[in-house]
Design a protein. Structure first.
Length: 323
């Protein structure tokens, strides 16, 4: 009997701390934390399918990939992601270098709204660009929203959504690149984003091409359900993300137009911003020693924790390929 009691005690201890419930709870706490990043790549122009324009896209792309490998974000929202005759599919190249999945939708394929005509135009010039979303975890669905053209009829803008199967459940991720000062596009982006309020697991990232003092973003800042990740983490810092002269030694970005917003679903589990900062904030070097910045935008990085959901645990991709 003296030997049986310690064995029973050991079994009870094992069942208590190694039960499926304990595994699920510990996995839930870990897996709801994400590192997300938004980044405008600065494409090299609509005519880059024919000639170079001095933006050194290949060199900047190498710099960007190296920095992304160092930062290790779980989810990346790209703007000005391009696919051109000279440089190939840039977001796909980045995804392959990182081992991530990818969804990409060129806004330039929405110029006229007539599919075959838009494809003919982009094929003729050998260039297309738009938003992309890259993920360490599986991308299970995506959707494209055409944004209204209230200012420039021939400047198509879209909002891209990807549903990501994170370890503890789905996350809706949006990548946006609105036209400069186009308030009606921002209004539409906000409407689509708010449709996912009930989940508490939606992230809007992108180049909104307007400052936080704009009428629409001022209202967003006042709205309890919308969380500006960088501003929450850095209340006293300007956080300028544009515009960087890519050819000079010194920083020139002094205006914040790139944002990460989280959506409070009102479920009681409010998203948490652990930290947020700017990235891609140092120049690299060309072979001749001249300075070259990765982009004319700073990237915005945030470490966040979303409301958990009860879903089976999913492992990170070990050998993902872009979609």
């Amino acid at each position: 009997m003296n030997r049986v009691f310690p064995i029973l005690l050991w079994l009870a201890f094992t069942l208590l701390f190694w039960s499926p419930t304990a595994w699920a709870e510990s996995g839930k706490e870990e897996s709801s934390r994400l590192r997300v990043l938004t980044y405008n790549l600065l494409h090299d122009g609509a005519w880059s399918g024919f000639f170079e324009n001095g933006t050194h896209l290949e060199e900047r792309l190498d710099m960007s990939i190296q920095e992304l490998q160092r930062l290790q974000p779980d989810v990346i929202a790209l703007q000005e992601a391009s696919d051109s005759r000279k440089h190939g599919n840039v977001p796909q190249r980045i995804a392959e270098a990182l081992g991530y999945q990818m969804v990409f939708e060129p806004a330039t394929q929405h110029i006229s709204g007539i599919g075959f005509l838009d494809r003919l135009i982009t094929s003729a010039i050998g260039f297309k660009e738009g938003p992309a979303i890259l993920s360490r975890y599986p991308i299970v669905a995506s959707e494209v929203y055409d944004l209204p053209r209230c200012q420039r009829r021939m400047d198509p803008r879209i909002l891209l959504r990807a549903e990501i199967s994170a370890p503890d459940g789905p996350i809706q991720v949006f990548s946006a690149h609105t036209a400069k000062g186009d308030e009606c596009q921002l209004t539409r982006v906000g409407e689509v984003f708010r449709e996912h309020r009930g989940t508490g697991r939606a992230i809007l990232m992108g180049d909104l091409n307007t400052g936080e003092q704009s009428p629409v973003l001022t209202e967003w800042q006042k709205e309890p359900g919308l969380i500006d990740a960088f501003r929450v983490a850095n209340p006293g810092i300007s956080g300028g993300t544009v515009w960087q002269n890519i050819h000079v030694e010194w920083p020139t970005a002094d205006r914040r137009v790139d944002f990460i917003f989280l959506l409070d679903g009102g479920t009681g589990d409010r998203p948490v911003v652990r930290s947020s900062r700017l990235a891609f904030d140092q120049p690299g070097r060309l072979p001749n020693g001249d300075a070259l910045w990765p982009s004319d935008h700073r990237s915005v990085l945030a470490d966040i924790e979303l409301a958990p959901v009860d879903r089976p645990r999913i492992s990170r991709l070990s050998d993902a390929s872009p979609r």
